[in-house]
Design a protein around this ligand. Structure first.
Ligand code: C5P
Length: 225
């Protein structure tokens, strides 16, 4: 039986992947996989259970039995729960990002989360957001995007988001965090952050998100979806 279609959207954090893939899944009426949330919940669960992110066997065990659920609210927002408790906000902190990228570098953790990610492939289709959706998780996806933007631009976008939420943050600190996370994500041995050979690469440094979405939709329509 032919597998139902997947569109993969990969790239570094802050490149607009989340926004674009949410818009895309809403426009197509397809399911949505936020794979980063799985790594974030794994890192967060380690903190709750007193497990060090460097204890590979214990982190892998946590990933294997991760009790995580995604619920779509009537507003379209997706809430993430760990052991039934809403952790949507708790996993989005800077520490949450560091924990995610630390545990994501452990090959057995990636392996443990692989089958779970593939279960999201359900009719009528899936939009999958992450770092290795097009290279490792859904290499047979018929349409792949890789969104990128300069680190300075991504730090600036994140800064504005956090300031709008009333948080006090430092732009140089955010930039350093982004550069550190990029380096860790790009240099790891397993599933490093690289575009799939057949991915459409879009640099959004100087392109507003609505325009990026238009380009994505053009390619999607060409594919007949
Ligand atoms: O996308 P998000 O910022 O939520 O991802 C958090 C971290 O999880 C990333 O920095 C990356 O290290 C890791 N990740 C990954 N593979 C994915 C998605 C996220 O390694 N498919």
């Amino acid at each position: 039986m032919a597998q139902c279609p997947v569109i993969t959207v990969d790239g570094p954090s802050g490149a607009g992947k989340g926004t674009i893939s949410h818009l895309l899944s809403a426009a197509l009426g397809w399911h949505f996989l936020d794979s980063g949330a799985l790594y974030r919940v794994t890192g967060y669960a380690c903190v709750l259970e007193g497990v060090s992110w460097d204890d590979h066997p214990a982190v892998t065990e946590i990933a294997r039995r991760l009790d995580v659920t995604f619920t779509t609210c009537p507003s379209g927002e997706i809430r993430v729960a760990y052991q039934g408790v809403d952790v949507s906000r708790a996993i989005r902190t800077e520490q949450g990002g560091r924990g995610a990228s630390t545990v994501a570098a452990i090959p057995s953790v990636r392996e443990a989360l692989l089958a779970r990610q593939r279960q999201f492939r359900q009719p009528p289709g899936l939009v999958a957001d992450g770092r290795d959706m097009g290279t490792a998780v859904f290499p047979d996806a018929p349409l792949k995007f890789f969104l990128t933007a300069s680190a300075a631009e991504r730090a600036e976008r994140r800064y504005k988001q956090l300031i709008a939420k009333g948080e006090s943050v430092s732009l140089p600190r955010l930039l350093a965090d982004i550069q550190e996370r990029d380096a860790r994500d790009s240099s790891r041995a397993v599933s490093p952050l690289v575009p799939a050979e057949d991915a459409i690469v879009i640099d959004s440094t100087a392109t507003p998100i609505p325009e990026v979405f238009e380009r994505v939709m053009q390619a999607v329509r060409q594919q007949g979806y």
